[in-house]
Design a protein around this ligand. Structure first.
Ligand SMILES: Cc1ncc(COP(=O)(O)O)c(C=O)c1O
Length: 370
């Protein structure tokens, strides 16, 4: 917490707006849309809810196809299933670890021949770094298929000078407890389309018709963020730039200390943007060292340090075993390799230099022992 949150929370308590409406929500929406540069924003109970309603805006329904990055958290794709649609997973490219334009093209060619194009493409900006949106948008525009940008992990990052999450038709952010700024739980949907955002507000409040009594003509959801949590978000947003700088600094220290070890390769930062470095991620190249990612994770765990493998790709999840997958190239799947060799290190913006040194020393020891 930044310390500013208490003021906004106090205001909600003082005015007795402990509800999913109130000034904090209105201001939080305005402040986020100003920060990222969109015409509007709607505060929701989670990033998952935001993806769900973005799919609904695009009329994704039963039997429709939705292309989605494979290397991501399951929340990127679960809402496709909520809508009764079918996810098709797309591999990563090796530079940004994000959606491979090459694989995306393959998927479009395949389904064009089948005579069935997807209703939407969900592009994930992984670990704080934007995907190569120009290339992806060129392909999607060619087929006239809209893009939802899952920027849950990349608030504060940029792509060619624009805020990550604002390049697609709809963008979503998450304020889950582990994100760069948090409301403990929460999300936001951003867009240029004010009318669409109004529909999202309506769906997110149980689709209540404008009548004195409670009348409902359509299915709705209880997806609004509370006014208290929006107050936390406002306090957090005031320090977003500091948080990004802190995360980038954590990355720089790990990079300086560890990149000389044979086989350690940090997730690179593409020239087209600035990553928030939400998580510091690296791979261990099996051609250069006998150290395995598992060994490093075991060593960290024995020191009570929380490391994690890179996301298990969705095409490898039992939940999606029947869904199609398009790899980056015939030589193999990039996301499978990243999963096998990748590690996310502790990356919190409040990590001290001493804490980072503990992680560094532990990893160095594993490498020196082998
Ligand atoms: C890539 C990605 N998409 C979606 C989500 C879902 O956000 P939330 O937890 O706010 O529902 C998360 C994180 O939780 C995420 O990392």
């Amino acid at each position: 917490m930044s310390g500013f949150e208490q003021d906004y929370i106090k205001e909600a308590f003082d005015t007795n707006w402990i509800a999913p409406i109130g000034k904090n929500i209105d201001y939080f929406e305005q402040e986020i849309s100003q920060f990222v540069g969109t015409r509007g924003a709607v505060a929701l109970s989670s990033g998952t809810a935001a993806i769900h309603l973005a799919l609904k805006l695009l009329n994704v329904g039963r039997g429709d196809l939705v292309f989605c990055s494979s290397l991501t958290f399951v929340a990127s794709a679960n809402p496709i299933l909520y809508q009764g649609a079918e996810p098709v997973f797309i591999d990563s490219e090796p530079i940004t670890w994000n959606l491979s334009p090459q694989a995306l093209e393959q998927a479009f060619h395949y389904f064009e021949k089948e005579g069935k194009l997807p209703k939407a493409v969900i592009v994930v900006n992984l670990y704080g770094q934007s995907a190569d949106m120009s290339k992806i948008l060129d392909i999607c525009n060619h087929y006239n298929v809209p893009v939802i940008e899952d920027a849950a992990e990349s608030l504060g990052a940029t792509y060619k000078g624009k805020a990550s999450g604002t390049l697609g038709k709809y963008g979503i952010y998450s304020f889950n407890g582990n994100k760069i700024i948090t409301t403990s739980g929460g999300g936001m949907l951003v867009s240029e389309d004010i009318e669409a955002l109004e529909r999202v507000r309506y769906w997110a409040t149980q689709a209540r018709d404008p009548a004195r009594y409670y009348q409902h003509s359509r299915i709705g959801f209880n997806y609004r963020l509370s006014n208290v949590l929006a107050g936390i978000g406002r306090g957090q947003l005031r320090v977003i730039n500091e948080r990004v700088n802190a995360r980038r600094n954590v990355f720089d220290i790990y990079n300086n200390e560890l990149s000389s070890l044979d086989g350690i390769e940090f997730m690179s930062e593409a020239a087209f943007g600035r990553s928030s470095r939400w998580l510091t991620a690296l791979t261990i190249n099996p051609k250069k060292t006998s150290v395995k990612a598992e060994q490093v994770l075991d060593a960290l765990e024995s020191e009570n340090i929380e490391g994690r493998p890179v996301w298990k790709p969705l095409h490898l999840q039992p939940l999606f075993k029947k869904n199609l997958y398009f790899p980056h190239s015939p030589e193999g799947s990039v996301s499978d390799q990243l999963f096998q060799s990748g590690i996310c290190l502790p990356s919190g913006s409040n990590l001290t230099v001493e804490e980072i040194s503990r992680v560094v020393d532990c990893i160095k020891e594993v490498f020196h022992e082998c």
